[in-house]
Write a protein that binds this ligand. Sequence first.
Ligand SMILES: [Fe+2]
Length: 318
Amino acid sequence: MPPLHEIAHLAHVELRTPVFEESLEFFTRFLGLTENGSAGDSVFLRAFDDYENTTIKLTAHSTSGVGRTNLRAAGPEALQRLVKEIEATGRGVGWQDGDPGYGPTYVFTDPDGHELGVYYESEWYEPPAELRPSLKNQAQAYPARGVSVRRLDHINYLGVDVEQNRDYLRDVLGAMVTEQIVLDDGSTAGSWTTFTSKGYDAVYTRDRTGTPGRLHHIAFAVDTRSDILRAADIALDQGVFIETGPHKHAIQQTVFLYVYEPGGNRIELCNAGARLVLAPDWQPVDWTEAERAKGQAWGLKTIESFHTHGTPPVDRAP
Ligand SMILES: [Fe+2]
Protein backbone atom coordinates (compact mmCIF):
# COMPACT_ATOMS: atom_id res chain seq x y z
CA MET A 1 0.00 0.00 0.00
CA PRO A 2 1.47 3.43 -0.85
CA PRO A 3 1.98 5.60 2.23
CA LEU A 4 -0.17 8.64 2.88
CA HIS A 5 0.68 11.78 0.95
CA GLU A 6 2.09 10.15 -2.19
CA ILE A 7 -0.61 12.24 -3.90
CA ALA A 8 0.17 15.88 -3.12
CA HIS A 9 -3.29 17.23 -3.92
CA LEU A 10 -6.37 17.22 -6.10
CA ALA A 11 -5.46 19.30 -9.16
CA HIS A 12 -7.48 20.33 -12.22
CA VAL A 13 -10.75 18.75 -13.28
CA GLU A 14 -12.36 18.55 -16.71
CA LEU A 15 -16.05 19.43 -16.78
CA ARG A 16 -18.28 18.80 -19.80
CA THR A 17 -21.15 20.99 -20.86
CA PRO A 18 -23.72 20.84 -23.65
CA VAL A 19 -24.13 24.66 -23.51
CA PHE A 20 -20.54 25.82 -23.70
CA GLU A 21 -20.97 29.60 -24.00
CA GLU A 22 -23.47 29.80 -21.12
CA SER A 23 -21.25 27.63 -18.93
CA LEU A 24 -18.19 29.71 -19.78
CA GLU A 25 -20.06 32.83 -18.68
CA PHE A 26 -21.02 31.14 -15.39
CA PHE A 27 -17.43 30.18 -14.63
CA THR A 28 -15.96 33.56 -15.52
CA ARG A 29 -18.71 36.04 -14.53
CA PHE A 30 -20.30 34.24 -11.55
CA LEU A 31 -17.40 32.22 -10.10
CA GLY A 32 -14.78 34.73 -11.24
CA LEU A 33 -12.40 32.25 -12.89
CA THR A 34 -9.88 33.58 -15.41
CA GLU A 35 -9.45 32.19 -18.93
CA ASN A 36 -5.96 30.87 -19.58
CA GLY A 37 -5.81 29.42 -23.07
CA SER A 38 -7.76 26.92 -25.11
CA ALA A 39 -7.26 23.71 -27.10
CA GLY A 40 -9.75 21.98 -29.36
CA ASP A 41 -13.20 22.06 -27.74
CA SER A 42 -11.83 23.13 -24.33
CA VAL A 43 -11.08 26.38 -22.54
CA PHE A 44 -8.71 26.35 -19.56
CA LEU A 45 -9.89 28.33 -16.55
CA ARG A 46 -8.12 29.16 -13.31
CA ALA A 47 -8.94 30.28 -9.79
CA PHE A 48 -6.72 33.17 -8.69
CA ASP A 49 -4.84 31.31 -5.96
CA ASP A 50 -3.97 28.22 -8.03
CA TYR A 51 -0.18 27.98 -8.48
CA GLU A 52 -0.65 25.73 -11.51
CA ASN A 53 -2.00 26.82 -14.89
CA THR A 54 -5.47 25.28 -14.83
CA THR A 55 -8.22 24.74 -12.28
CA ILE A 56 -11.05 23.71 -14.62
CA LYS A 57 -10.83 22.43 -18.18
CA LEU A 58 -14.26 23.28 -19.59
CA THR A 59 -15.11 21.13 -22.62
CA ALA A 60 -17.96 21.45 -25.10
CA HIS A 61 -19.67 18.05 -25.23
CA SER A 62 -22.97 16.40 -26.12
CA THR A 63 -23.88 16.23 -22.41
CA SER A 64 -22.74 17.26 -18.92
CA GLY A 65 -20.56 15.45 -16.40
CA VAL A 66 -16.96 15.08 -15.41
CA GLY A 67 -14.00 14.24 -17.64
CA ARG A 68 -10.55 13.58 -16.22
CA THR A 69 -9.71 14.44 -12.62
CA ASN A 70 -5.99 15.19 -12.37
CA LEU A 71 -3.94 14.49 -9.27
CA ARG A 72 -0.43 15.77 -8.65
CA ALA A 73 2.00 13.23 -7.25
CA ALA A 74 4.30 14.30 -4.42
CA GLY A 75 7.44 13.77 -6.50
CA PRO A 76 8.89 11.81 -9.41
CA GLU A 77 9.51 8.68 -7.31
CA ALA A 78 6.03 8.86 -5.79
CA LEU A 79 4.62 9.06 -9.33
CA GLN A 80 6.47 5.93 -10.40
CA ARG A 81 5.34 4.04 -7.29
CA LEU A 82 1.73 5.11 -7.82
CA VAL A 83 1.79 4.02 -11.48
CA LYS A 84 3.10 0.62 -10.42
CA GLU A 85 0.31 0.25 -7.85
CA ILE A 86 -2.32 1.34 -10.36
CA GLU A 87 -1.05 -0.98 -13.08
CA ALA A 88 -1.25 -3.89 -10.64
CA THR A 89 -4.99 -3.24 -10.27
CA GLY A 90 -5.55 -3.55 -14.03
CA ARG A 91 -7.18 -0.10 -14.13
CA GLY A 92 -4.33 1.66 -15.95
CA VAL A 93 -4.98 3.20 -19.37
CA GLY A 94 -1.45 4.47 -20.06
CA TRP A 95 0.78 7.52 -20.34
CA GLN A 96 -0.48 10.54 -22.24
CA ASP A 97 0.78 14.08 -22.85
CA GLY A 98 -0.54 16.31 -20.10
CA ASP A 99 -2.69 19.39 -20.68
CA PRO A 100 -0.73 22.55 -21.63
CA GLY A 101 1.68 23.33 -18.79
CA TYR A 102 1.61 19.77 -17.41
CA GLY A 103 4.06 16.90 -17.89
CA PRO A 104 3.37 13.28 -18.80
CA THR A 105 0.16 12.08 -17.19
CA TYR A 106 -0.66 8.49 -16.37
CA VAL A 107 -4.33 7.93 -17.12
CA PHE A 108 -6.43 5.36 -15.26
CA THR A 109 -9.93 4.88 -13.90
CA ASP A 110 -11.49 4.27 -10.53
CA PRO A 111 -13.67 1.14 -10.16
CA ASP A 112 -16.72 3.21 -11.15
CA GLY A 113 -15.10 4.26 -14.43
CA HIS A 114 -14.36 7.92 -13.63
CA GLU A 115 -11.24 8.93 -15.53
CA LEU A 116 -8.28 9.97 -13.38
CA GLY A 117 -4.78 11.11 -14.22
CA VAL A 118 -1.63 11.41 -12.12
CA TYR A 119 1.44 13.47 -13.02
CA TYR A 120 4.28 15.27 -11.30
CA GLU A 121 5.82 17.79 -13.71
CA SER A 122 3.92 21.06 -13.71
CA GLU A 123 4.80 24.57 -14.88
CA TRP A 124 3.91 27.20 -12.31
CA TYR A 125 1.53 29.87 -13.55
CA GLU A 126 3.11 33.11 -14.80
CA PRO A 127 0.52 35.90 -14.84
CA PRO A 128 0.52 38.43 -17.64
CA ALA A 129 1.30 42.02 -16.60
CA GLU A 130 -2.37 42.99 -16.11
CA LEU A 131 -2.99 40.03 -13.77
CA ARG A 132 0.17 40.37 -11.68
CA PRO A 133 -0.54 40.49 -7.93
CA SER A 134 1.09 43.07 -5.69
CA LEU A 135 2.11 40.40 -3.17
CA LYS A 136 4.68 37.92 -4.49
CA ASN A 137 3.19 35.00 -2.54
CA GLN A 138 -0.05 35.03 -4.56
CA ALA A 139 -0.37 33.42 -7.99
CA GLN A 140 -2.57 36.04 -9.63
CA ALA A 141 -4.21 39.35 -8.77
CA TYR A 142 -7.58 39.01 -7.00
CA PRO A 143 -10.15 39.15 -9.80
CA ALA A 144 -12.84 41.04 -7.83
CA ARG A 145 -15.44 39.59 -10.22
CA GLY A 146 -18.46 37.62 -9.10
CA VAL A 147 -17.76 35.21 -6.23
CA SER A 148 -13.99 35.31 -6.98
CA VAL A 149 -13.38 31.80 -5.68
CA ARG A 150 -9.93 31.14 -4.28
CA ARG A 151 -9.36 27.52 -5.39
CA LEU A 152 -10.89 24.16 -6.19
CA ASP A 153 -11.74 22.47 -2.89
CA HIS A 154 -13.07 18.97 -3.54
CA ILE A 155 -14.86 16.66 -5.93
CA ASN A 156 -17.87 14.51 -5.04
CA TYR A 157 -18.41 11.58 -7.39
CA LEU A 158 -21.46 9.41 -7.57
CA GLY A 159 -20.50 5.76 -7.31
CA VAL A 160 -22.45 2.54 -7.82
CA ASP A 161 -20.38 0.84 -5.12
CA VAL A 162 -19.07 3.41 -2.63
CA GLU A 163 -16.99 0.89 -0.68
CA GLN A 164 -15.13 -0.38 -3.75
CA ASN A 165 -14.22 3.16 -4.85
CA ARG A 166 -13.28 4.21 -1.31
CA ASP A 167 -11.00 1.19 -0.94
CA TYR A 168 -9.33 2.01 -4.26
CA LEU A 169 -8.54 5.57 -3.19
CA ARG A 170 -7.34 4.41 0.21
CA ASP A 171 -5.39 1.30 -0.74
CA VAL A 172 -4.01 2.26 -4.15
CA LEU A 173 -3.72 6.06 -4.01
CA GLY A 174 -3.02 6.47 -0.29
CA ALA A 175 -6.05 8.55 0.65
CA MET A 176 -7.29 8.69 4.26
CA VAL A 177 -10.97 8.07 4.99
CA THR A 178 -12.21 10.81 7.33
CA GLU A 179 -16.03 10.53 7.53
CA GLN A 180 -18.68 8.16 6.21
CA ILE A 181 -22.41 7.45 6.06
CA VAL A 182 -23.03 3.87 7.17
CA LEU A 183 -26.58 2.63 6.67
CA ASP A 184 -28.45 0.33 9.04
CA ASP A 185 -27.76 -2.62 6.72
CA GLY A 186 -24.02 -2.01 7.25
CA SER A 187 -23.34 -0.70 3.76
CA THR A 188 -21.54 2.58 3.16
CA ALA A 189 -23.62 5.19 1.31
CA GLY A 190 -21.01 7.96 1.39
CA SER A 191 -17.29 8.20 2.03
CA TRP A 192 -15.15 11.32 2.44
CA THR A 193 -11.42 10.87 1.77
CA THR A 194 -8.40 13.17 1.80
CA PHE A 195 -4.95 13.26 0.26
CA THR A 196 -3.93 16.26 2.35
CA SER A 197 -4.67 17.66 5.80
CA LYS A 198 -7.98 19.08 4.54
CA GLY A 199 -10.99 17.18 5.85
CA TYR A 200 -11.73 15.90 2.36
CA ASP A 201 -10.57 16.11 -1.23
CA ALA A 202 -12.55 13.33 -2.94
CA VAL A 203 -15.95 11.98 -1.96
CA TYR A 204 -18.10 9.10 -3.20
CA THR A 205 -21.82 9.01 -2.56
CA ARG A 206 -24.10 6.24 -3.77
CA ASP A 207 -25.66 6.62 -7.20
CA ARG A 208 -29.25 5.53 -6.57
CA THR A 209 -29.80 4.99 -10.28
CA GLY A 210 -26.97 2.43 -10.39
CA THR A 211 -25.32 4.33 -13.26
CA PRO A 212 -21.49 4.37 -13.20
CA GLY A 213 -19.16 7.29 -13.85
CA ARG A 214 -21.34 10.22 -12.81
CA LEU A 215 -20.68 13.43 -10.90
CA HIS A 216 -22.49 14.77 -7.85
CA HIS A 217 -20.65 18.10 -7.61
CA ILE A 218 -17.37 19.94 -7.55
CA ALA A 219 -16.68 22.57 -4.91
CA PHE A 220 -14.74 25.81 -4.90
CA ALA A 221 -13.39 27.44 -1.76
CA VAL A 222 -14.04 30.98 -0.63
CA ASP A 223 -12.42 32.44 2.47
CA THR A 224 -15.28 32.97 4.90
CA ARG A 225 -18.82 32.08 5.83
CA SER A 226 -19.96 35.55 4.82
CA ASP A 227 -18.50 34.99 1.34
CA ILE A 228 -21.06 32.16 1.01
CA LEU A 229 -23.92 34.57 1.81
CA ARG A 230 -22.52 37.07 -0.69
CA ALA A 231 -22.29 34.29 -3.31
CA ALA A 232 -26.01 33.59 -2.80
CA ASP A 233 -26.83 37.28 -3.40
CA ILE A 234 -24.73 37.29 -6.58
CA ALA A 235 -26.43 34.08 -7.77
CA LEU A 236 -29.81 35.71 -7.24
CA ASP A 237 -28.91 38.78 -9.29
CA GLN A 238 -27.18 36.82 -12.05
CA GLY A 239 -30.03 34.30 -12.46
CA VAL A 240 -27.94 31.35 -11.26
CA PHE A 241 -30.13 28.48 -9.97
CA ILE A 242 -29.71 27.92 -6.22
CA GLU A 243 -30.46 24.32 -5.26
CA THR A 244 -29.97 24.53 -1.48
CA GLY A 245 -28.27 26.62 1.18
CA PRO A 246 -26.65 28.67 2.43
CA HIS A 247 -26.43 26.33 5.41
CA LYS A 248 -23.88 24.23 7.30
CA HIS A 249 -23.21 20.55 6.66
CA ALA A 250 -23.23 18.18 9.62
CA ILE A 251 -20.62 15.98 7.91
CA GLN A 252 -17.29 17.90 7.81
CA GLN A 253 -19.13 21.04 9.08
CA THR A 254 -18.62 22.93 5.82
CA VAL A 255 -20.76 26.02 5.24
CA PHE A 256 -22.20 25.61 1.77
CA LEU A 257 -24.20 26.93 -1.16
CA TYR A 258 -25.19 24.65 -4.04
CA VAL A 259 -25.96 26.00 -7.49
CA TYR A 260 -26.22 24.48 -10.97
CA GLU A 261 -24.10 25.82 -13.78
CA PRO A 262 -26.05 26.18 -17.07
CA GLY A 263 -24.80 22.83 -18.35
CA GLY A 264 -26.48 21.13 -15.38
CA ASN A 265 -23.39 20.31 -13.32
CA ARG A 266 -23.86 20.98 -9.61
CA ILE A 267 -21.32 23.43 -8.16
CA GLU A 268 -20.75 24.02 -4.45
CA LEU A 269 -19.27 27.08 -2.83
CA CYS A 270 -17.72 26.23 0.53
CA ASN A 271 -15.67 27.97 3.18
CA ALA A 272 -11.98 27.19 3.01
CA GLY A 273 -11.49 27.30 6.73
CA ALA A 274 -13.64 24.32 7.58
CA ARG A 275 -11.84 21.51 9.40
CA LEU A 276 -8.35 20.06 9.11
CA VAL A 277 -7.46 16.47 9.90
CA LEU A 278 -3.94 16.45 11.28
CA ALA A 279 -3.95 13.12 13.16
CA PRO A 280 -2.01 10.42 11.29
CA ASP A 281 -4.10 7.82 13.14
CA TRP A 282 -7.48 9.47 12.48
CA GLN A 283 -10.37 7.01 12.61
CA PRO A 284 -13.30 7.52 10.22
CA VAL A 285 -16.34 9.17 11.80
CA ASP A 286 -19.36 7.07 10.85
CA TRP A 287 -22.79 8.73 10.64
CA THR A 288 -25.88 6.55 11.06
CA GLU A 289 -29.16 6.70 9.13
CA ALA A 290 -30.90 8.14 12.20
CA GLU A 291 -28.27 10.88 12.54
CA ARG A 292 -28.51 11.74 8.84
CA ALA A 293 -32.29 11.92 9.07
CA LYS A 294 -31.83 14.97 11.33
CA GLY A 295 -30.67 16.87 8.26
CA GLN A 296 -27.85 19.37 8.09
CA ALA A 297 -26.08 20.95 11.05
CA TRP A 298 -28.69 23.62 11.83
CA GLY A 299 -31.64 21.42 10.92
CA LEU A 300 -32.17 22.06 7.19
CA LYS A 301 -33.51 18.83 5.69
CA THR A 302 -31.38 17.45 2.88
CA ILE A 303 -33.11 18.47 -0.35
CA GLU A 304 -34.54 15.55 -2.37
CA SER A 305 -32.73 16.59 -5.57
CA PHE A 306 -29.47 15.93 -3.70
CA HIS A 307 -30.34 12.24 -4.03
CA THR A 308 -31.64 12.37 -7.59
CA HIS A 309 -29.68 14.97 -9.58
CA GLY A 310 -26.30 13.96 -10.99
CA THR A 311 -24.50 14.57 -14.26
CA PRO A 312 -24.77 13.47 -16.94
CA PRO A 313 -28.54 12.94 -16.57
CA VAL A 314 -29.34 9.26 -16.42
CA ASP A 315 -31.01 9.12 -19.82
CA ARG A 316 -27.80 10.52 -21.33
CA ALA A 317 -25.31 8.57 -19.22
CA PRO A 318 -23.06 6.00 -20.90
FE1 LIG B 1 -19.21 19.05 -1.23
